[in-house]
Design a protein around this ligand. Structure first.
Ligand code: 13P
Length: 280
C-alpha cells in the first residue's frame, strides 16, 4: 500500500532499523524491488532522482511507481530524490509521491534552510514528507559531477532541524554516490554526534559499496533511510549479461525476467542487511 514516508521512518526509529530507498528506472526494477519487499514483509521506498528524468520521464514513470506502491501488499513510500527545482518537486507531488527531497546542499546554509521551508510549505498541502541535505555527499546521482565530500557539521544539523522541522535529513559522513574507488571510511564520530544532538531521521546517500557492517552500524546510529541506486543498476546489468552467457535468454520476455531478477536480488540483499525484513 502507498504510505507517507514519515510513517516508515517513525517505525524504523522505534524498531532500530533502516528502510531501503531503492532508485528505479523502469517497470522491471519497480517489480523486482517490490517482489523482495513482499517476500521479506519489508517496508520500502521507491525513488527516482531529478537528474534521471531524461531517461525515465516523470510523467511516465511517476504514475507507474505510485500504482505499483498502491498495489503492493507491504507499505511503500514513493519518493522524489535530489529535487533541484520547485517545478519538478510539485509535479512529483501532483502525481502522488508521498515524499520529496530538496537538495540544497550546494547552497549556503541560510539559503538551504529558506528554500527547504518553501518546499515544506508546498509539500504540506499534499501531506507529503520532505527530505533535505546538508554537507556534501561526494559524486553526483548520475556520475556527471565530481562533487567533493564535505562532512556535515553538528551545529548545522541542529540549526537546520530546529528552523525547518524537516522530516528527514541527509548527512555527509564520507559517503559518495556511485561505485567507491576504495572502501569508504565513514566518519562515525560525526554520525554519533549528529544523532546525539538531533531527533530527525537521518538519511545515508551513496549506499552502493558500503560494507554490511557499516550499514548495520549506521542503522543503529540514527540512519533510518538508506539510498541504493548504482548497486541496483549494476545488479540488473550483470544478471542480464550472465543470463545471456548461460543461454537463458531466448527472447524478449526472458530479458525482462532477468531485469526483474537483478533488481529483486539486490533489494533482498540490502533489506536483510538493513534489518527491515518482517517489519511490514
Ligand atoms: P548510490 O548510487 O551510490 O547507491 O547512491 C544512491 C543515492 O544516494 C541516491 O540518492
Amino acid at each position: 500500500m502507498l504510505v507517507n514516508m514519515r510513517e516508515l521512518l517513525a517505525d524504523a526509529m522505534d524498531g532500530n532499523y533502516a528502510v531501503g530507498s531503492f532508485s528505479v528506472a523502469n517497470m522491471e526494477m519497480v517489480l523486482g524491488v517490490l517482489k523482495a519487499a513482499e517476500e521479506l514483509k519489508a517496508p520500502v521506498i521507491l525513488q527516482i532522482a531529478e537528474v534521471r528524468l531524461k531517461q525515465s520521464p516523470l510523467e511516465v514513470i511517476g504514475p507507474l511507481m505510485v500504482a505499483a506502491a498502491e498495489n503492493a501488499s507491504t507499505p511503500v513510500a514513493v519518493h522524489f530524490d535530489h529535487g533541484k527545482t520547485l517545478e519538478k518537486i510539485t509535479q512529483a507531488l501532483d502525481i502522488g509521491f508521498t515524499s520529496v527531497m530538496f537538495d540544497g546542499s550546494h547552497l549556503p546554509l541560510e539559503e538551504n534552510i529558506e528554500f527547504t521551508k518553501r518546499v515544506i510549505s508546498v509539500a504540506d498541502e499534499y501531506d507529503a514528507a520532505v527530505e533535505a541535505e546538508i554537507g556534501c555527499v561526494g559524486g553526483s546521482e548520475d556520475g556527471s559531477e565530481d562533487i567533493a565530500i564535505n562532512c556535515t557539521k553538528t551545529e548545522d544539523a541542529v540549526r537546520f532541524e530546529s528552523e525547518t522541522q524537516v522530516d528527514a535529513l541527509a548527512i555527509a559522513i564520507g559517503n559518495a554516490h556511485g561505485n567507491y574507488k576504495s572502501t569508504p571510511n565513514l566518519r562515525f564520530d560525526i554520525l554519533e554526534d549528529v544523532e546525539k544532538n538531533t531527533d530527525v531521521a537521518l538519511v545515508l546517500h551513496g549506499g552502493t559499496g558500503i560494507t554490511p557492517e557499516d550499514f548495520v552500524r549506521c542503522s543503529h546510529t540514527g540512519i533510518k533511510k538508506i539510498n541504493i541506486a548504482t548497486a541496483t543498476f549494476d545488479s540488473v546489468e550483470k544478471t542480464v549479461s550472465s543470463w545471456y552467457n548461460d543461454g537463458k535468454i531466448k527472447g524478449y520476455y526472458d530479458l525482462q525476467a532477468a531485469e526483474v531478477e537483478g533488481a529483486y536480488q539486490n533489494a533482498k540483499k540490502h533489506i536483510l542487511i538493513f534489518g527491515s525484513d518482517n517489519k511490514a
